[in-house]
Every structure is written in structure tokens, then in C-alpha cells.
Design a protein around this ligand. Sequence first.
Ligand code: 5RP
Length: 251
Amino acid sequence: QQPSLMVSSTPSSPPVILSQDELKKIAAYKAVEFVESGMVVGLGTGSTAKHAVARIGELLKLGKLKNIVGIPTSTITHEQAVSLGIPLSDLNTHSILDLAIDGADEVDREMNLVKGRGGSLLREKMVEAACKKFIVIVDESKLVSHLGGSGLAMPVEIVPFCWEFTLKRLEMLFIEAGCVGKLRRTVGGVPYVTDNGNYIIDLYFKSDMGDLKAASDAILRLAGVVEHGMFLDMATTVIVAGKLGVSVTNK
Ligand code: 5RP
């Protein structure tokens, strides 16, 4: 659990202390206000998105939302949605979605994202690329000036075949940025396997990875790479919950 953050209140009343999870919930609930009956909705993955999925389930149960079709971005979200009775479908049946709601690991000033520290980047990218509106929900700790500059991982999903070779090729691409790649492993030490049967290499940068579009293209050109966690120019709305309340920014 991250340290609590303080949310402003009226000058005369004491400040309200909210945990990071409560901030995530505030952002998620705000995003669900954009969901209307009859919509096809992409359901994101992670501790922030799970609040949005729960809220959609709750509103369906209360009859305040009707005829929603959810498109889950991971098996874990699929399971959560099933447990809540949210009707589900997939991209084969619904190739255009009205909107998607999902969290992010980093958000820069241009609304570019790093996603996938939870491991679901490929399905998230497929679903969110098919949306008319993609709402990103974060607490303010996710805001960064440069993607990959936080010292935290930029995930890349790769095929398991000769993963060490692919890891080295990825590091070589960003040798000037001091890039170090690590195979993601479970607590038991075995390789983490995605919903798609692939591995994840987490890339760590000592300095800026440079032009994001060029970095994205270079990664995707490597044979063995399936997808990466940079979501460039995809978000249409970013909802941030933080000390000063909640903000909604549209592109
Ligand atoms: C999962 C993701 C998540 O959206 C991202 O990791 C944010 O997670 P959280 O809301 O738990 O902070 O991309 O693959």
C-alpha cells in the first residue's frame, strides 16, 4: 500500500486523507459516468480498472445501466466480469467499441502511456485500439514527464523461443540509454507467462529512451517481439485523482 494522499476540502473543514486505492476508485467511478446503456465497453485490467468493472457491475444490478456488453482485456478481468454478471463478448463479434476504461503505469503530458506492468498489455492494446474513446484512469503518482524515465519497467511481450537472444537484441536497441532488460518471473522464480502464452521482458532505462515513435517502431521490428507497453497517441481522455481532487482531460 502506497502512502496516503491528502485531498483538499473547503477551507474551513479538515483535509480528508485518502489512500492510493481510494484515489484509484474515485478515478474509476468518474470514468464510469461516461458509460451509457447499450454501449460496448472495453474492460481494463489492474487494481484501478477493477474498481471500474465493479462499478459497472453494480450499476447493471441496480438497473441504472442496461444492455452493456463488456470486452475484457485479460482472463482475470473476464473472471471478475463473469462474477458480476456483466454480459461479455470479444473483438471477433464487436470490432468497434464505444469506449474502454483502463489504468496505466505512466502517463506523460501528451497522454502517451506505459502499460503492462500487470502483464496484460497485448490484449489491452488490441481492445483499446478498437475503441472510439479510451479513458485512462490513474492516481496522480502515475504522472511522468518522460515515459520510461521513472526508473520503473517498460514491458515488452515476446515469444518464449530463445528469449535471452531477444532480450539482448532489445538491450542493444537502447544501448546509449543504458537499457537493461530482465525476464519477468513469478515469485517462485519461473518465467511469468502471459494470457497469450508469451514471456515479458521488462526494460529499464538509465536515461531517456529518445523519440518514442522511433523507439516503438524499432522494438516492433525485432523478430520475437509480440508487442510493447508504450501506448502512444491512443488515450482520448485521462482522469487523474489526486490531492487537489479529480481532473478530466480530453485530447
Ligand atoms: C496491466 C496494466 C495496468 O493497467 C497497469 O499496470 C496499471 O495497473 P494498476 O491500476 O494496478 O496500477 O497495464 O497490464
